[in-house]
Design a binder for this molecule. Structure first.
Ligand code: GLU
Length: 572
């Protein structure tokens, strides 16, 4: 390991609001946050919206929401609860604003410094000219990198003439002619040789919206915000020599860098938003190959998905990974989109503390056999020295097991509250059907059966459908209702009377009523409860029979009992 953590930790998370918060981004935020909290430092959230075309306020809002959900809070930055997080009055901290789009003056001032010291210059080269330059270099066997000679040799008059013509230009940074060494806290010393360095753009042309590029704004802000630690994913390592050179040229102190390993899928591919498109494409192809005879193929699929045929065809050919198309098709080809972003895991019913626990392990090894811990543990024990260098693998099954075990170990109240919060956010229509105490009963009944907060919604489907919509599982009907000359069906007939006489429709009373009925008829409890369960749920699986009936209510129970007898009667 090269170097130590700075004495004072001023860390930051600097997402670009061009999409939702990826788990990799969340892990970066978590590591930075943990170090700042552990060392009594500060944690800044800065929104890097220099790419005006791809940045959206919705993405910003989503990132703030997802971080807050994970329990990662920040000392400086936009307010997650503000009606408009861009509003300067709502941003917290003395080094704001915290949106790069609001810091343009600062970037111009720093650009001017570089111009004054001869480290930034105008480049009028068009993309076609740059391309020709590269090709020429290739034919001559030279490295294909930007050749600054012409731009640097332009006289004042030539520059003025080009500007008068209205030729667009960018500002490039004059890289040093020497090797650059960076001290990385995870990777050690990394040296990039002078030949590999090239002058790069720090200010975009007016055609591209003007303003600083990511590299420039990133460095200027880290310096202006007093950032002492830049911990980020290894994909940024190749940018770091540029950043180091910018810090040096601006006479600003370099921060400490720590580049953490990337997150890969178990199959070795990079875990990316494209995985959703990949999963849907594979399922769509399988569907189309399986039924060549049926309908006009992609056109039918496109129609079912409500998407233009050309778009769906391009998607299936792999020419586009458009997320909206993927989502629209996913429903038609019955594939569950893989979770990639924090919001996906949240929607699937993962607990924030479990996700933090699992993310902490992707690249960091707490030592010993410790694998399950809370965020307090992360804050206490997280350390750069135990971050690995090799890529991490995202194991969904393991995360799922963590979630299941955590739910199983939860006390009832916190589980109920988490379940309610999940239903409020993702299943409001179902929640509306669980009035008053019924939600508590529902939570109690499903707590032992849930491995995610979303599973109860699926497991309890029978509760949320109309009485006539119950689908009877043919196997259950054959085994539980019709076998032995319709033994189960005849139990149902007699039960109807017993249950309609039951005044107290509470779980305990209903359980007692069913038990008394079984005893009276000399039947085992299962011989009564199972037919009843099939009648009201369509399947042989549901919570205890008392809970099942109380949740369903008297009217629905009796209606379903009658309906089942006619729908599942023995064939003549
Ligand atoms: N905006 C950059 C990103 O989202 C931040 C890189 C950094 O942390 O310096 O990848």
């Amino acid at each position: 390991m090269a170097g130590k953590l700075p004495e004072t930790i001023i860390a930051r998370f600097a997402p670009s609001p061009t999409g939702s918060l990826h788990v990799g981004g969340a892990r970066t935020a978590l590591y930075n946050w943990a170090l700042a909290r552990q060392r009594g430092g500060r944690f800044i959230l800065r929104i890097e919206d220099t790419d005006v075309r791809r940045s959206t306020p919705e993405a910003t809002r989503g990132i703030l929401r997802d971080l807050a959900w994970l329990g990662i809070d920040w000392d400086e930055g936009p307010d997650a609860d503000a009606a408009d997080p861009h509003d300067l009055a709502t941003q917290r901290g003395g080094r704001g604003p915290y949106f790069q789009s609001q810091r343009q003056t600062l970037y111009r001032e720093h650009l001017q410094k570089l111009i004054d010291t001869g480290r930034a210059y105008k480049c009028f080269k068009t993309p076609a000219e740059l391309d020709a330059q590269r090709r020429q270099a290739r034919t001559e066997g030279r490295p294909e990198k930007y050749d600054p000679t012409e731009s640097l040799n332009l006289s004042r008059e030539q520059i003025a003439a080009l500007e008068a013509e209205g030729r667009p230009y960018v500002y490039r940074f004059r890289m040093p002619d020497t090797d650059i060494t960076i001290a990385d806290l995870v990777l050690g010393e990394v040296t990039i040789r002078a030949e590999e360095l090239e002058d790069f753009i720090i200010f975009k042309s007016s055609e591209a919206g003007g303003g600083p590029t990511f590299h420039f704004a990133n460095v200027v802000d880290d310096a202006a915000m007093g950032v002492t630690l830049v911990l980020r994913a290894q994909e940024h390592l190749m940018n770091t020599p540029r950043h180091a050179a910018l810090f040096d040229a601006l006479d600003l102190a370099r921060p400490a860098w720590a580049h953490v390993p990337l997150i890969f899928n178990p199959d070795g591919s990079k875990m990316s938003k494209r995985d959703k498109a990949k999963a849907v494409r594979a399922a769509a192809k399988k569907r189309l190959d399986a039924e060549p005879a049926r309908g006009p193929g992609p056109a039918a699929l496109a129609e079912a998905a409500g998407q233009p045929t050309a778009r769906v065809e391009a998607f299936i050919r792999g020419e586009s990974d458009d997320l909206d198309t993927a989502v629209a098709l996913a429903g038609c080809v019955e594939v569950k989109l893989p979770e990639i972003d924090v919001a996906d895991f949240r929607a699937s019913g993962y607990l924030p503390q479990v996700l933090c626990n699992y993310l902490a392990l992707l690249g960091w090894n707490p030592g010993g056999d410790v694998e399950r811990f809370d965020t307090a543990f992360i804050i206490e024990h997280f350390g750069i020295e135990r971050i690995g260098r090799s890529n991490a693998r995202f194991d969904r099954d393991k995360l799922f097991r963590f979630n299941a075990d955590t739910i199983a170990a939860m006390a009832f109240e916190p589980f109920r509250d988490a379940l309610r919060a999940h239903f409020e956010a993702y299943r409001p229509q179902l929640l509306a059907k669980l009035d008053g105490n019924r939600f508590d009963l529902f939570a109690r009944a499903y707590h032992p059966r849930s491995r995610t907060l979303d599973e109860p919604a699926e497991l309890a489907r029978f509760l949320f459908i109309e009485d006539e919509q119950v689908q009877y599982d043919p196997k259950a009907v054959a085994k539980v209702l019709r076998r032995n000359d319709g033994e189960g069906l005849s139990v149902l007939r007699r039960l109807e009377a017993a249950l309609s006489g039951c005044d107290d429709w509470s779980s305990a009373a209903l359980e007692a009523c069913v038990a008394a009925f079984a005893k009276e008829h000399g039947l085992g409890m299962g011989k009564v409860a199972q037919p009843l369960r099939v009648a009201v749920t369509g399947t042989t699986v549901s919570p205890g029979i008392g809970d099942t009936l109380e949740l369903l209510g008297r009217e629905s129970t009796l209606t379903r009992l009658r309906h089942c007898q006619s729908a599942c009667a023995q064939p003549a």
